[in-house]
Design a protein around this ligand. Structure first.
Ligand code: PGA
Length: 226
């Protein structure tokens, strides 16, 4: 089983979300007889506010997509203005991205805060996709999937070499037995299989190329041929 987890980041509004699902459905329905997604777990992570709509459209179109959040509160519930808790998210999402390097860098999220977030996600039965910028970054025991994402490869069009990514994935697995390891950083249809064909890499986390339904579908299509 390989994961393809699309991270929309802070992009799209209601109109654009409707458009993405309509176009993805159109593309997918034309090819669904010829591709097999049985060995793939497909996840889309829209902004919180778009999750109810994404869930509605996914169900309406019968798409083989799970949904995830891009972040989660470290608190259970209560007087924490602006926070979205794991218990709220779980009504719409099955996955939670935690510790993306953009949140570590731009929102000051520390290893301690991220460990709390992982606990909250786990206790709400969300599958935790814990991002680390390097192999030595601590991984909480609650993390289910570890996403190795070198900061210089995010949004730059430059990827880690598959060989190096594979070695890092093996190292992360030795340090964190039992966890899946995926790669993120400028993944697109043209390079996805260079990562997925390595036994040590259990999936990918595309950002920019998940925004366009055709380019996300092309990633799925190529991955389905492996
Ligand atoms: P990118 O983003 O695919 O646009 O490089 C990946 C990520 O930040 O998760």
């Amino acid at each position: 089983m390989k994961y393809i987890i699309g991270n929309w980041k802070s992009n799209k509004n209601i109109v654009e979300t409707r458009d993405w699902f309509a176009k993805f459905t159109n593309i997918y329905s034309k090819q669904k007889e010829t591709i097999s997604t049985a060995n793939l777990t497909l996840v889309i992570c829209p902004p919180f506010i778009l999750l109810p709509l994404a869930k509605e459209l996914r169900d309406k179109y019968g798409l083989p997509l799970s949904l995830g959040v891009q972040n989660i509160s470290p608190f259970v519930e209560g007087a924490f203005t602006g926070e979205v808790t794991a218990n709220m998210a779980k009504e719409f999402a099955q996955y939670a991205i935690i510790g993306h390097s953009e949140r570590r860098e731009k929102f000051g999220e520390t290893d301690n805060i991220l460990s709390e977030k992982a606990k909250r996600a786990k206790s709400a039965s969300l599958t935790t996709v814990f991002c680390i910028p390097g192999p030595e970054t601590p991984v909480p025991v609650e993390a289910d999937i570890v996403a190795y994402e070198p900061v210089w490869a995010i949004g730059t069009g430059k990827t880690e070499s598959p060989q190096k990514a594979g070695e890092v994935a093996e190292y992360i697995k030795k340090k964190n037995p039992g966890k899946s390891v995926i790669y993120g950083g400028s993944v697109k249809a043209e390079n996805v299989n260079s990562f997925l064909s390595l036994g040590s890499i259990d999936g990918v986390l595309p950002g920019g190329s998940s925004l366009d339904p055709q380019s996300f579908f092309d990633i799925v299509l190529n991955a389905s041929s492996l």
